[in-house]
Design a protein around this ligand. Sequence first.
Ligand code: FAD
Ligand code: SF4
Length: 496
Amino acid sequence: MARLNYEANRQKTKVPMPELDPAERAQTFEEVALGYSEEEAVLEARRCIQCPDTPCVGGCPVGVPIPRFVEQVAQGNFARAYAIVKSANALPAICGRVCPQESQCEGQCTRGKNGEPVGIGRLERFASDWAFAHPEEAKGAMDELRAECAAGDELACSIWRGAEGAVSKDLAGKRVAVIGSGPASLTCAGELAKRGCDVTVFEALHKVGGVLTYGIPEFRLPKDLVAREVSKLGDNGVSFETNALVGKLYDIDELMDERGFDAVFVGTGAGLPGYLGIEGEGLNGVMVASELLTRVNLMKAYLFPEYETPVYAGKKCVVVGGGNVAMDAARTAKRLGADVTVVYRRGRDEMPARAEEVHHAEQEGIEFRLLTNPVRILGDENGWVSGVECVRMELGEPDASGRRRPQAVEGSEFVIGIDMLVMAVGSKSNPLIAKTTPGLDVTPRNLIVADERTCATSKPGVFAGGDAVIGAATVILAMGAGKRAAAGIAAYLTGE
Ligand code: FAD
Ligand code: SF4
């Protein structure tokens, strides 16, 4: 072990993540990244130099005590490492897989100044997967922490309470309705259940999980893993009503006045798809990414004929966009058998997708046409898409987002022949809740106005967080909001 430590400390790059072979995986929806073995995890954890000022923790929106859990992995105490992660992060197996670590914890890591940062996300995933595979040991670690806490160890108390919760007498029997079941809602529901509230989650779709279930593909985030996290909430007493579209079936006032909920959390996300607004969007074979991804992920169209969900899979597909949604749509279309080209109006450095997803897409043979913008979608005599006319772009001065504004190069139009086009150009908040909730302030873009610290809205007893408040963002930001909202709701219910 001493020898491993010696080598690990000098390693400038992360221990490589074992992955399915690119040629093989482009044919299957199986998970691409396979996860570290115990030995690989220990090696990677030993790259951490335990910085006293813990810059990585500052980069984590839910404040995972990163050096502390990484140290436990380095020492081979995997169950305790998991308890420490879990004390701050309700969904670590999910975050370890999908968080944009490069712009968060790993972006702040000292090791990243001279080489690659510590693979914090990979270690988080490892600890969670290990705990799932070793439930007895995971429970044992929690029992140990409880005993240490009872013996007066404050650090053990904070880890144990964070992971297991501490029921508050003042909250027992208080009823909270949580609308939507994405990461913001799941976190809020979990935190409130841990404090002793009676929580019911209302989800419009037939399955729980929000984007984790219907958006992010199986090959990046296996659905049984999401179901596992959801079932843990069920074990903690959270109940779920699916096929329950709030705003149609009942509105927020009815939930509070007639069904007796003391408080409501709105985590309805930003699932309304954006369009390009160009000629030809109504042609057959043109769709938004959420349609393709929902059919394939939530309704398992890729398992035809076992599942009878129809899905159109063209032979030559263009996906428009440069974010995670575009990468997921492109890699899904590839797995359905299409030759795929991603068209994005800015350059590689400006792509908002996680670096790893872009890298994986390239490995799988997806072509990228950067600095290219579609201006018109062309159709054949039967109303099917036959091509997309694009224009080349160049980058000008930075715009309000700080990114250089793309400008069309005059006379540079050209046509790509296709039989499928997928738009992944952003999404908006659904106006249903805003329209059916008197007294709830929203912005002109239908985003709910909520206090940053407590998530309280303009309507007493109603709290909101996640994409419904800040617009399409990330899983961890939604979870951070869910956690703050739970604290805000607890304070509201106890009259603090
Ligand atoms: P959501 O996850 O959108 O959940 C909202 C839920 O509310 C949905 O289930 C919806 O059906 C339900 N709902 C809506 N209206 C109602 C209503 N009126 N009544 C009842 N229920 C309702 N982020 C990352 O960090 N990393 C990634 O790799 C990543 N990849 C992504 C890939 C795709 C394809 C997409 C679409 C997003 C991705 N994101 C990623 C973004 C991330 O998933 C979201 O920021 C996050 O899920 C937002 O969480 P949320 O809880 O606010 O809402
Ligand atoms: Fe370890 Fe990096 Fe955090 Fe320093 S910044 S404690 S090296 S993970």
